[in-house]
Design a protein around this ligand. Structure first.
Ligand SMILES: [Fe+2]
Ligand SMILES: [Fe+2]
Length: 131
């Protein structure tokens, strides 16, 4: 796994929180049982993701980042995928297989997005003096 640190303190702290929640959901999901046990963490993840995208959006606008459109489009498309997977996971009779899918898609998306879009954004923000 590549180093996912981007070098902007607030963004890195939020990324860590998001990836930790996904990992906790994955661990919880490997124990056979109904998906409903995921409800609390999925709710926390949804609100932390929203908060995180707002943080990045504010920083992009504050510094007139030219890549704001595609970056926010990526965030929107993630939110749509996440909403569907969240429903599927909660509805699953056995959570283990659905959790695998959730971890692969949500965790995988986050890692790729951080390693690509967010690192590009962070480099720009650091040039603007953000830490
Ligand atoms: Fe982002
Ligand atoms: Fe991010």
């Amino acid at each position: 796994m590549a180093d996912l640190t981007v070098g902007i303190e607030a963004i890195d702290a939020q990324h860590t929180k998001l990836l930790t929640l996904v990992a906790e959901i994955a661990v919880q999901g490997r124990t056979p049982g109904p998906g409903a046990r995921h409800e609390e963490r999925l709710g926390a993840l949804a609100s932390k993701v929203q908060e995180h995208f707002t943080t990045e959006g504010s920083l992009m606008r504050k510094h007139l980042f030219t890549g704001v459109e595609p970056h926010e489009e990526a965030h929107r498309s993630f939110l749509a995928t996440f909403a569907g997977l969240r429903q599927d996971l909660l509805a699953a009779r056995e959570s283990a297989p659905m959790t695998e899918r959730f971890e692969a898609l949500v965790g995988g998306w986050l890692e790729l997005h951080i390693d690509g879009y967010d690192k590009v954004l962070a480099r720009f923000l650091r040039e603007k003096g953000e830490r």
